[in-house]
Write a protein of this length. Sequence first.
Length: 180
Amino acid sequence: MESATTKYANALVSIARDEGKLLEYKLAIRSIDELLKTNAELKKFLCSYFVSNEEKYRLSDQICADFAVKYLQNFIKLLTKKHLIYHFHDIAKEIVLGLNDELHIADGFLYSTKPLSEKQIEAISKAISERMGVEVELKNLIDERLIGGIKVVVHDHVFDGSILYKLDSMKQNLKERRAV
């Protein structure tokens, strides 16, 4: 059985597909998700039972005004009316997954010991995309345990070029040699 989060997400993905604006919806949803994550007061206002729906709708219209997607305002208003804005981040993750499926894009994580530049991330993403045969979008995360190098995880594929991995491999090889 589908959760409410999944149902709402699937509905918006279907609308985006019908409109032919998958990428536009993805960018809009990510922007609104970031806005709600960084602005707790806004989220609290939209979730409040003490604020009228009309006031919330006016604010929703302002939030969605910059996006060229037809039904986004209605979607945000519906979530507001149903008091589901509190769960927007979970719904947004489901929407982005659905839109990525439609766009044939895979999300992945790029682990490094320090933040990488956009140019570096783009080059790594391009190489992984070519290797996997699907467009890959990478999010850079910091993992100081790697010691150096990088590790890329896309779904169940792991590309590990970290020093930690190389040390672990050497240790395993030594153990295997001792056992023989």
